[in-house]
Design a protein around this ligand. Structure first.
Ligand SMILES: NC(=O)c1ccc[n+]([C@@H]2O[C@H](COP(=O)([O-])OP(=O)(O)OC[C@H]3O[C@@H](n4cnc5c(N)ncnc54)[C@H](OP(=O)(O)O)[C@@H]3O)[C@@H](O)[C@H]2O)c1
Length: 320
């Protein structure tokens, strides 16, 4: 017994040593692709949702460093002001502003858009980044399940309210931050808000599949407008996203060496927002700054159209 324990401990020690020795290579591999474009964005306006932390903050910082005026659209103004201050410290002369936006409340989204349209003349880059993952069963102010409500419906309404400005500012781009998790999702039209049964992981996958379907349907409808929309999988990134799941938090902590930093995770969003070669590319899905696989259920035109109609109905809007 003692011998087995010693052998087990020695085995663990050996694995830890190998991982430590290989850590530079592992880190390099985990970092994934990076956006190589050096394009400047002086005179351009960008809006990033959920920009107070993680991938969104790093995306906002990069766009600001290219000279764009960047609006951080966040629900927690204190955290957002801290993020803005950090960006100003890291990027001399950064033009960053904070606006309140709670994607779990249609009134807040409408108030945000109304003020935005009153005060900002152009919008060249919209990054639908904010997200919530695997939270306990909760509803938005409008009675939607929280993950489909924030990740899909909230951004759907925001994009609808800003699409006119994006068209008037063309060429302009929309980036929708989805996930590899869309592969494991399906749209439960019979119970979109999981009232019958709720599985936090599946509800997240459903919302990320909705992001992919929305992107493809919107791209089809935007043909000829010079407004493009693409979805991205940022990679597996060390961020606050796993805050609601103890298991995921433990896994992320244990395997942190294999995860991307938020800066690395922001690269594909930035690539889709600025890369010259993507100027007329729309309706595609990217990961590691390259085209990525879309699950069959994310390629269904029928499901995309149905989700579009259901979303309009739920939000009480008409969007042709
Ligand atoms: N991290 C990953 O491994 C990973 C993998 C695939 C996809 N993604 C996607 O990447 C995006 C960014 O996530 P992250 O990893 O950077 O996580 P994060 O650090 O938790 O950032 C999420 C952001 O969304 C905001 N948010 C949440 N609910 C909101 C609401 N109701 N209204 C407005 N903002 C809200 C959060 O604000 P608060 O700080 O106020 O909560 C936060 O700023 C998400 O869409 C996520 O699904 C992440």
């Amino acid at each position: 017994m003692m011998l087995a324990l010693v052998a087990f401990a020695a085995g663990l020690g050996l694995v830890a040593l190998i991982l430590r020795l290989l850590s530079p290579q592992i880190r390099k591999y985990a970092a994934g692709g990076s956006c190589r474009s050096t394009v400047r964005l002086d005179g351009k306006v960008a809006l990033v949702t959920g920009a107070n932390s993680g991938i969104g903050k790093e995306t906002a910082l990069d766009l600001a460093s290219r000279g764009a005026r960047v609006i951080l659209a966040c629900r927690d103004l204190e955290k957002a002001e801290e993020a803005a201050a950090e960006i100003r410290t890291r990027v001399g002369g950064a033009k960053v502003e904070v606006r309140e936006l709670d994607l779990a409340d249609c009134c807040s989204i409408r108030a945000f858009a109304q003020r935005f349209l009153r005060e900002v003349d152009h919008l060249h880059i919209l990054i639908n980044n904010a997200g919530v993952m695997m939270c306990p069963y909760m509803k938005t102010a409008d009675g939607f399940e929280m993950q489909i409500g924030v990740n899909h419906l909230g951004h759907y309404l925001l994009t609808y309210l800003l699409i006119g400005l994006l068209k008037r500012s063309a060429p302009s781009r929309i980036v929708v931050v989805s996930s590899l998790a869309h592969n494991f999702g399906w749209i439960r039209f019979h119970d979109l808000h999981s009232q019958g049964s709720y599985n936090s992981g599946l509800a997240y996958c459903q919302s990320k599949l909705a992001n992919v379907l929305f992107t493809r349907e919107l791209a089809r409808r935007l043909q000829g407008s010079n407004v493009t929309v693409n979805s991205v999988h940022p990679g597996t990134v060390r961020s606050e996203l796993v805050r609601h799941s103890t298991l995921m938090s433990l896994l992320f902590a244990f395997f942190s060496m294999f995860l991307k930093s938020p800066k690395e995770g922001a690269q594909t969003s930035i690539y889709c927002a600025v890369a010259e070669e993507l100027q007329s590319i729309s309706g595609k899905h990217f990961s590691d700054c390259a085209p990525a696989f879309v699950a069959p259920q994310g390629r269904s035109e029928e499901t995309a159209r149905k989700l579009w109609d259901v979303s309009c109905e739920l939000l009480g809007i008409e969007w042709d």
